[in-house]
Design a protein around this ligand. Structure first.
Ligand SMILES: [Zn+2]
Length: 63
């Protein structure tokens, strides 16, 4: 089984955060990242809807 991954550094290379979301699918990883972003990067994602952020995160998830 492969895992999809998405880290904060994938989204913003200069961010001071080592969090990496993983999941069986890009959607799983995106949902995990959304929860982290809402909690720890609230200012960066305050203008994005959950739907738009998940779409954007899914597009950046990788194996
Ligand atoms: Zn982070």
């Amino acid at each position: 089984m492969h895992m999809m991954k998405l880290s904060c550094k994938d989204l913003k290379p200069d961010v001071d955060c080592a969090f990496e979301a993983t999941g069986e699918t890009a959607t799983d990883a995106a949902k995990t990242m959304l929860a982290h972003a809402r909690a720890d990067h609230a200012e960066d994602v305050k203008d994005g809807s959950d739907e738009d952020l998940i779409k954007m995160f899914e597009s950046k998830a990788h194996e």
